[in-house]
Design a binder for this molecule. Structure first.
Ligand code: AMP
Length: 409
């Protein structure tokens, strides 16, 4: 579905186009009409589904089309400063051709920022994106007027409750008008989220765009190692784990090429698949793999979706994919049909926090297997609790958006 079908204001459509979006994602297709109809919403959707624009666009469209001015109209509460910054940047991009103003308010920044935040809250930035603690600090000073709030968004609500923000959220909500539209997004829907929803939402529509979980029968294991240990370990695993056919995934094609060369040297029968190969070359490799002539393929994520080869009983992630959904797709290449499968992930120090995000999505810890002694000492698994940024990419024009001041008015 194209964005032009949503009946958005032309200035917003310009921002959407300049942000590089063409078609709405599935979550946007479902969520945008509900919000435009003025209903409350509870949605289970993970990062990576396009959920941010799904709640921002209808909210911004409403603000453009209706009077917005000297008071804060929308509050978006998020668990971490990284997410607040990221959402602030998305607003900047999408609102570039509109008169909407916004500010991101988060803890840990200096006193000067506090003053700018205070000014934005007093003069009425249209949209405030904030972490709960920092907003509370402002609220306690008494100058914040939230009587004109029309939208409240709680993003990553499960994470906020896990981080102990329940009371702060309740206090913030007590400052908001009861007549408002409330939107709650959460990756998971435990009972405590349902209870919160019951208290703060009014006959909400419910949407579930959860990323599918991998089948239970796939045995998942992780090796916590240092980056230089990856190559010797992957050789060892391929040589010592019985398998019919195996796929080793790497995020980057350079790594696929290099690993293929190294494994050739180690006398393993391997072939590579990545986007530098012509379609017919990829088909030849897949043919050799399906027929069993080549038992191991080294591939980028172009192979992580869609291929259905029942003999794959081993998947090794040479690195941790940057997208949780890619992990689910990668390991789903094994244990097809009735077969069993094992998925091993090599987690270097820089991979740790991404792997923790994947475990969060899976709702469980993946078994950490000890590395054989000959590989030497290994790091501890100590992922940072900060949510990684999904990285607002884009071209130069899009990046220029981000240089604009948050507080434009
Ligand atoms: P989110 O799930 O909101 O974190 O979004 C994930 C990524 O998808 C972000 O980098 C967005 O900029 C991007 N994105 C969101 N909506 C679209 C769309 N309709 N088309 C292309 N990219 C999008």
């Amino acid at each position: 579905m194209r964005f032009s079908e949503f009946n958005f204001h032309p200035t917003l459509l310009e921002g959407i186009e300049a942000s590089g979006y063409e078609n709405a994602t599935p979550v946007q297709e479902q969520v945008i009409p509900i919000i435009m109809n003025g209903r409350d919403l509870i949605a289970s959707a993970q990062t990576g589904t396009g959920k941010t624009a799904a709640f921002l666009l209808p909210m911004m469209n409403h603000l453009i089309s209706n009077n917005h001015g000297s008071k804060v109209s929308g509050v978006i509460i998020v668990p971490t400063r990284e997410l607040a910054i990221q959402i602030g940047q998305v607003i900047e991009g999408l609102s570039y051709f509109t008169s909407i103003s916004s500010i991101a308010i988060y803890g840990g920044s200096d006193g000067q920022n506090f003053v700018a935040e205070k000014k934005a809250l007093q003069t009425g930035a249209d949209i405030v994106v904030c972490t709960p603690g920092r907003l509370l600090a402002h609220l306690k000073m008494g100058y914040v007027k939230f009587d004109a709030i029309q939208f409240l968004v709680l993003d990553e609500a499960d994470r906020m409750l896990d981080m102990g923000f329940q009371d702060d959220i309740n206090t913030i909500i007590s400052h908001l008008p009861t007549k408002r539209q409330t939107l709650l997004f959460s990756a998971t829907m435990p009972e405590k989220i349902r209870r919160l929803a019951k208290n703060i939402l009014h006959t909400p529509a419910e949407i579930n765009i959860a990323i599918s979980k991998p089948p239970e029968k796939i045995v998942q294991q992780a090796y916590i190692i240092f980056e230089p240990q990856k190559l010797p370990l992957v050789k060892h695993l391929l040589q010592n784990t019985p398998h019919r056919s195996a796929v080793v995934f790497c995020g980057r094609k350079q790594d696929v090429k290099q690993l293929t060369r190294e494994l050739h040297h180690a006398k393993l029968k391997v072939a590579e698949i990545h986007s530098d190969l012509e379609q017919f070359q990829r088909e030849e490799v897949l043919q050799a793999f399906t027929s069993g002539r080549i038992p191991i393929i080294i591939a980028t994520d172009i192979l992580s979706r869609g291929i259905d080869i029942d003999t794959i009983d081993l998947v090794i992630n040479y690195d941790v994919p940057s997208d949780e959904e890619d992990y689910v797709h990668r390991i789903g290449r094994t244990a097809r049909a009735e077969a069993d499968g094992i998925a091993m992930t090599l987690v270097s120090e820089s991979d740790q926090s991404r792997f923790a995000d994947i475990e969060h999505l899976l709702g469980k810890q993946v078994e950490k297997v000890s590395v054989p002694e000959q590989f030497g000492t290994t790091p501890l698994y100590q992922p940072s609790t900060k949510k990684r940024s999904s990285g607002y990419g884009g071209n130069n024009k899009q990046r220029n958006f981000r240089n604009k001041n948050f507080n434009r008015r």
